[in-house]
Design a protein around this ligand. Structure first.
Ligand SMILES: *[C@@H]1O[C@H](CO)[C@@H](O)[C@H](O)[C@H]1NC(C)=O
Ligand SMILES: *[C@@H]1O[C@H](CO)[C@@H](O)[C@H](O)[C@H]1NC(C)=O
Ligand SMILES: *[C@@H]1O[C@H](CO)[C@@H](O)[C@H](O)[C@H]1NC(C)=O
Length: 542
């Protein structure tokens, strides 16, 4: 505690100096960096020796092992290698990539990104060593790797992934900083980063948890070490800053008024400035969505332009498990005869999924299409598949059934509660259109599944489905956006009035769109950014 406190009081001026004082302090920081390099040199050598030894043992043990994993590897390296200047030669790059991820055993979406990134890096540069700086003391490498396999089905190559254990993780917990949490946690991440460098100075330093300040510290201490950030969510957003205005929205709405309000606003603005300055030091920035990208651009870009690092913030979608759908559902001329005029809406029976409006839109569409008698064979059917978690959900389903009766579409709506996965796949094969009614859904994995199954999507004109998922492929649409009941009905109409050729072409585009969200899609984009980091490392080490 005492030592850390002293550290903190040392680091605060350092941080401020990054922002406000140039040259001399930069020089001092580089001296500190030099010292850190020197003191961790022995550990570095031991680590590399250990990697060499384990690689040898691993190869000996697995010589006769079947090559189940190799196909992916070959395709991946062929596809990726050729894209990047010559490919082969720099696959021999053998630096140490440090991943700053203090909560690596958490098992959430952020961790999936981490492990998929490490796996891709291992495949691209078999000689490189990935180290993860983590605060999870209670778990050893074997346990973590097993969990990664069980939880995410990602098989890491053990000899070249190692863990370094941080002892100062409590400094980034929100509970450590009951007041000034944003600033406190950011300072905490500096302590944590110092802790990390004290253990080992990597050749490339990447933060995958949103600790931008730790990257800033790295570039201060080690100007030759390229830094990369994968941002899931901005630490402070322009929405937050705006919300303090009178008439703003959200939990802080209107708190910008009065003395305290003004102080808070100043504090947030100062923090946003600090965050942006730090963000401008990072060499390669990736975000998990277009939404995050636009926020990061609005904060960081002005400062990045000053450092001539403009215009390079890339969206790298996190991988989701859609390969199975892509494989299980055929999209071809032959498979078209298996599909009927079904509109599929897969969503939990929860209020925000807007089932009522979808029923109304469907009723409007159905009645008008029956009038014009477009459907000689079989009238369209809306299929609602969803899980029912409790009695509230049951009641909701009951009410939806009543509504379907009132709207006079009872015969054309099918409810399927708690469908098992194979049945859902069955419907994805049979249906033609996929529907999503939720407003401002952050991502929308269900919509990606529709696309993977070749369904034509009709989704709310908002959030991830609009910005990231149902977007044009090869300059042509993959589905339709709608806001009002009428627009949804119109979307259904359009989807069903495409010619057979157009329909099939749109299904193919939808599948292509879904591929961006696969492990492969992630790996390709991740490696493209990683190549930049490796090239920078090689260049600066000269
Ligand atoms: C090399 O690794 C093997 C098993 O991985 C271990 O038994 C052996 O002690 C290691 N040798 C050295 C020199 O580290
Ligand atoms: C990006 O990360 C945020 C925060 O974890 C999450 O809410 C959002 O759904 C993610 N976006 C995508 C496209 O996965
Ligand atoms: C779509 O989102 C809008 C808000 O943008 C909302 O008002 C509307 O009810 C939603 N439409 C449907 C059919 O869910």
């Amino acid at each position: 505690m005492g030592v850390s406190f002293i550290l903190l009081s040392l680091l605060v001026p350092i941080v401020l100096s990054v922002v406000f004082l140039p040259k001399t302090l930069r020089f001092i920081a580089e001296l500190v960096g030099h010292g850190l390099r020197k003191s961790s040199r022995t550990r570095r050598e031991l680590l590399l020796a250990r990697v060499a030894n384990e690689t040898k043992h691993f190869e000996r043990q697995h010589k006769e092992k079947s090559k189940e994993d190799d196909d992916w590897e070959n395709i991946a390296s062929a596809a990726l290698g050729s894209a990047i200047n010559g490919g082969k030669a720099d696959s021999e790059w053998n630096g140490i990539v440090g991943f700053f991820h203090p909560f690596c055993n958490a098992g959430g979406g952020g961790e999936r990104v981490l492990w998929a990134a490490i796996r891709a890096t291992q495949k691209r540069w078999p000689e490189a060593v990935c180290v993860v700086y983590t605060g999870d003391h209670d778990v050893d490498r074997a346990t973590i790797l097993k969990r990664v396999k069980d939880r995410f089905n990602i098989q890491l190559h053990p000899p070249t992934v190692h863990f370094l254990y941080l002892t100062t993780r409590h400094w980034v917990l929100a509970s450590t900083w009951p007041r000034f949490t944003l600033l406190g946690q950011s300072l905490g991440s500096l302590i944590l980063a110092y802790d990390a460098f004290h253990l080992l100075v990597p050749d490339v330093f990447i933060d995958t948890m949103g600790y931008a300040f730790s990257l800033g510290l790295s570039s201060l201490f080690f100007p030759t070490v390229p830094t990369g950030a994968y941002v899931h969510y901005p630490t402070i957003s322009t929405d937050m800053l705006d919300s303090l205005q009178i008439g703003g929205q959200g939990i802080n709405a209107g708190t910008g008024a009065g003395y305290r309000g003004i102080a808070k606003k100043k504090y947030w603005q100062l923090f946003a400035k600090l965050y942006s300055k730090v963000g401008s030091t990072i060499d390669v920035v990736m975000t998990n969505s277009t939404w995050t990208q636009s926020h990061i651009i609005s904060l960081w870009e002005p400062y990045r332009i000053k450092r001539s690092k403009a215009n390079d913030i890339d969206v790298v979608f996190p991988p989701v498990a859609v390969e199975e759908v892509l494989q299980a559902v055929e999209v071809s001329e032959a498979s078209e005869k298996n599909r009927g005029p079904y509109l599929l809406y897969i969503a939990q029976f929860r209020p925000e999924k807007n089932h009522e409006l979808i029923l109304e839109a469907f009723a409007s569409f159905l009645h008008s299409s029956l009038e014009t008698a477009t459907y000689t064979n079989q009238p369209p059917t809306l299929v609602l598949i969803g899980s029912v978690r409790n009695s509230h959900d049951e009641k909701r389903v009951y009410n939806l059934r009543l509504l379907a009766r009132e709207l006079n579409i009872k015969e054309n709506v099918e409810f399927i509660c708690d469908a098992p996965w194979p049945l859902m796949l069955e419907w994805m094969r049979k249906a033609s259109v996929g529907v999503n009614g939720m407003w401002n859904e952050h991502f929308g994995i269900g919509v990606v599944e529709y696309q993977a199954a070749g369904l034509i999507s009709v989704v709310n004109d908002s959030g991830g489905p609009k910005l990231d998922i149902v977007v044009e492929v090869d300059g042509q649409p993959t589905g339709f956006h709608a806001t009002t009941v009428e627009q949804y009905a119109e979307g259904f109409r359009k989807a069903f009035s495409l010619s057979p050729t157009e329909t099939l072409a749109m299904r193919h585009r939808a599948q292509k769109s879904a591929e961006r969200f696969t492990d492969r899609g992630f790996a390709e984009k991740w490696l493209k950014n990683m190549e930049t980091l490796v090239a920078l490392q090689v260049e600066r080490a000269r």
